[in-house]
Design a protein around this ligand. Structure first.
Ligand SMILES: Cc1cc2nc3c(=O)[nH]c(=O)nc-3n(C[C@H](O)[C@H](O)[C@H](O)COP(=O)(O)OP(=O)(O)OC[C@H]3O[C@@H](n4cnc5c(N)ncnc54)[C@H](O)[C@@H]3O)c2cc1C
Length: 356
């Protein structure tokens, strides 16, 4: 039994199905879940210093293959390569970028045609390219996989009620259904789950705008402090502009402050017409040490989790869904930095006992 069909629940159910396991996914189709708000960017570098992201060399090629494979099976484009054109917002960032190129970094490159984007954007300090960068098309993948789950009769579109869960040593029971395992892929839902609440979650709020820009080519992701990312499918000509990273917030709702500052940024940056059509906001299931939570509960072997993907769910979810399935089916180890066994002590101390 899998709770949640965000990007984690999608890949977990995909790989379990491939292993011939019988499964059931329960998902309430919340339109503000992190996976429905995300741009889907799979970026090999991060931050002002353009540091290579954790496990990039393993995770990025894995993600490219995984999205292509599931996309082919569903008859959709689930991923595209869209390199980032990075417009330097100031001389300091330009200098950082040039220094990184000089180190021979494999992801950070010069962009020889510096004037190529002059008719589209204002940029006084030049640009560079980050390559390869991918966008996962969650806007086509999530509904595509949901349709497949529906057609195979393994989706329950309802809220999962934790208080109705009964846990045995090697089984769980829920409303008349018995399963060997229950795996929580419920994003921010796990923050309140008594089995996993002790884990060091650190919710992070993010906002983004959807902007219609008919004359902007969709070949690239464009960056100037924020990212302007083309969406896929029926959302053609629609770009996602974001995001904010807020650790201290009152609620998950969109804020006028974000909308105003982002609109101002667009006005200064873009030379072509645009129209803002939507304002999205939600919470990322992030963690204090910026590493995911993967594996089975040390005190309850019938309960597991695939969560804590933070800002990087699109790149990390396929890789760790595969690791979790290999662990469940073949007993293979989970990467130590991701395995929740690292929190054995606090999970043992603060978790509920078995009901039976
Ligand atoms: C503004 C923003 C931009 C982002 N951009 C990117 C990006 O470009 N690239 C990237 O890699 N990551 C990005 N992220 C992060 C990314 O969205 C997350 O890491 C990822 O989506 C988490 O996926 P998940 O499956 O763990 O959780 P979720 O997407 O939250 O999925 C959980 C699912 O469980 C369901 N659920 C929860 N509780 C219950 C219940 N009780 N009963 C039934 N169903 C339930 C929800 O409805 C949902 O469908 C962004 C996040 C935000 C907020």
């Amino acid at each position: 039994m899998i709770i949640g069909q965000g990007i984690c629940g999608t890949f977990l159910s995909y790989y379990l199905e491939k292993e011939g396991k019988s499964l059931l996914v329960i998902d309430d189709n919340n339109s503000n879940s992190s996976s429905k708000i995300a741009a889907g960017i799979i970026n090999p570098v991060t931050g002002r210093r353009l540091v290579t992201v954790w496990m990039a060399d393993d995770v990025l090629p894995f993600a490219w293959n995984a999205y292509n494979e599931i996309g082919q099976e569903l008859g959709i484009t689930a991923i595209s390569q869209k390199n980032i054109i990075d417009f330097f917002p100031n001389p300091f960032m330009r200098e950082n970028f040039l220094q990184k190129i000089e180190t021979g970094d494999k992801y950070v490159h010069a962009y020889p045609e510096q004037n190529h984007f002059n008719h589209l954007f204002n940029y006084e300090f030049g640009c560079g390219e980050i390559r390869p960068v991918y966008t996962a098309h969650l806007e086509t993948l999530l509904p595509g996989w949901r349709k497949h789950l529906n057609q195979t009769n393994v989706l329950i579109e309802k809220i999962f009620e934790l208080e109705k869960l009964e846990v045995d040593k090697d089984k769980i029971h829920y409303k008349g259904i018995t399963a060997n395992k229950i795996i929580f892929c419920d994003g921010t839902g796990s923050f309140e789950n008594p089995f996993f609440k002790p884990l060091p979650f650190a919710p992070n709020k993010g906002e983004a705008l959807l902007v219609e820009i008919p004359d902007l080519p969709a070949h690239h992701i464009y960056k100037k402090s924020m990212l302007l990312t083309p969406l896929e499918g029926k959302e053609a000509n629609i770009f996602w502009m974001g995001a904010s990273y807020i650790w201290d917030f009152d609620n998950a709702a969109p804020t006028p402050a974000f909308r105003e500052s982002t609109e101002q940024m667009l006005q200064q940056w873009l030379k072509i017409p645009y129209k803002i059509i939507e304002h999205r906001s939600g919470l990322r299931p992030a963690t204090l040490e910026r590493r995911p939570f993967v594996g089975l509960h040390p005190m309850h072997e019938s309960i597991g989790i695939l969560n804590g993907m933070g800002t990087k769910g699109c790149s990390l979810a396929p890789f760790f869904a595969r690791q979790l399935v290999d662990h469940l089916v073949y007993g293979m180890p989970i990467a130590r930095d991701a395995d929740i066994a690292r929190f054995k002590k606090i999970l043992a101390k603060d978790s509920p006992t078995n009901d039976h």
